[in-house]
Write a protein that binds this ligand. Structure first.
Ligand code: GDP
Length: 302
């Protein structure tokens, strides 16, 4: 009989548990049905689950040190402990600014990661908590992104500030900031740079946006979030490095955790760059979005 394993509180909410249940099942079969553990294969499986090469090696070493026949639970429990040690505590809550000015969030990331969708989802999440929100459609390079954010705004009842096609993203952010201030919005979310032509361009664009936003509130922007697609594996680490050099990042939105993405990339990014996960995206619908919670996240990865 297979042992009952706590698959975590997200079990019933995330379709991707199918993937992870598959991972556990194959692990269970390999470990239970064989006389000898194939350590190389086990290490490859852990790396394949996006746990990273170094952490996978450390997990294997610790399992070998047990000096007895290991079980699938040993592997999962040891891996969870390692992951947990590498992740930050739960993200601090987002709160409106005490001075009454909008809390300004820049959302950055490569096209296709789910940046525009995540901006809308975050706006929806904040609105549901009772906060007035303004969205800035500042990913002006991709005309479809502006229309897409507008559609989200219409659907979710969130005001969207946009510019003319190919408008300067900074001026869109400036106008949106002005509206957010005059409307008394608690949060301004700017859907920004979605391209990396060169690092220089990216840095220039983000620096200009930051400078423009600071004109109306020198403490802004207050948070810069990078959206990473969990299904892209180590590519996401490279993107985080590039964006972090261009503009300091405060946190990650890890998207597509309902797909083949395993989330291990968030552990690697935090481990290597110190950028914590703040939110996770688990689908295309507005409510498929939640705040990062370490224990749930670790249970979901394994
Ligand atoms: P952007 O180019 O980075 O702004 O990306 P979009 O917001 O346009 O998203 C790209 C695609 O990914 C769209 O089809 C979204 O519906 C989809 N998407 C975004 N977030 C998620 C997610 O968490 N899960 C899934 N399955 N799809 C997502």
């Amino acid at each position: 009989m297979q042992p009952a394993i706590d698959r975590g509180p997200l079990r019933d909410t995330l379709p991707r548990t199918r993937t992870m249940a598959g991972f556990f099942k194959s692990l269970f079969n390999k470990i239970t049905n064989r006389a000898e553990i194939d350590w190389d294969e086990l290490e490859a499986d852990l790396i394949g689950a996006d746990l990273g090469v170094r952490p996978a090696g450390a997990i294997i070493d610790e399992l070998k040190d047990l000096g007895r026949k290991i079980s699938a639970e040993d592997v999962v429990e040891t891996a969870r402990r390692h992951l947990s040690a590498k992740l930050p505590a739960d993200a601090p809550a987002l709160a409106p600014r005490p001075d009454g000015k909008p809390f300004v969030i820049l959302v950055v990331g490569v096209n296709g990661t789910g940046k525009t969708t995540s901006t809308a989802k975050l706006g929806n999440w904040l609105k549901k908590k009772g906060h007035p929100v303004v969205l800035a459609a500042a990913d002006t390079f991709r005309a479809a992104a502006v229309e897409q954010l507008q559609r989200w705004g219409d659907r979710l009842g969130l005001p969207v500030v946009k510019g003319a096609p190919n408008a300067d993203p900074s001026s869109v952010c400036y106008n949106a900031h002005q509206k957010a201030i005059s409307d008394g919005a608690h949060f301004l979310l700017c859907d920004t740079a979605g391209r990396i032509h060169t690092r220089h361009n990216l840095m220039e664009e983000l620096t200009k946006i930051r400078r423009t936003i600071a004109k109306q509130d020198e403490t802004a922007p207050h948070l810069t979030l990078l959206v990473v697609d969990a299904t892209t594996g180590s590519n996401a680490l490279q993107q985080a490095k590039e964006f972090h050099k261009a503009s300091p990042l405060d946190g990650l939105v890890v998207t597509k955790l309902d797909g083949s993405g395993k989330g291990g990339i968030a552990v690697t990014i935090h481990d290597q760059l110190g950028i914590p996960p703040r939110f996770i995206g688990t689908g295309e619908e507005p409510d498929a979005f939640s705040v990062f919670e370490k224990d749930k996240f670790v249970q979901e990865i394994l």
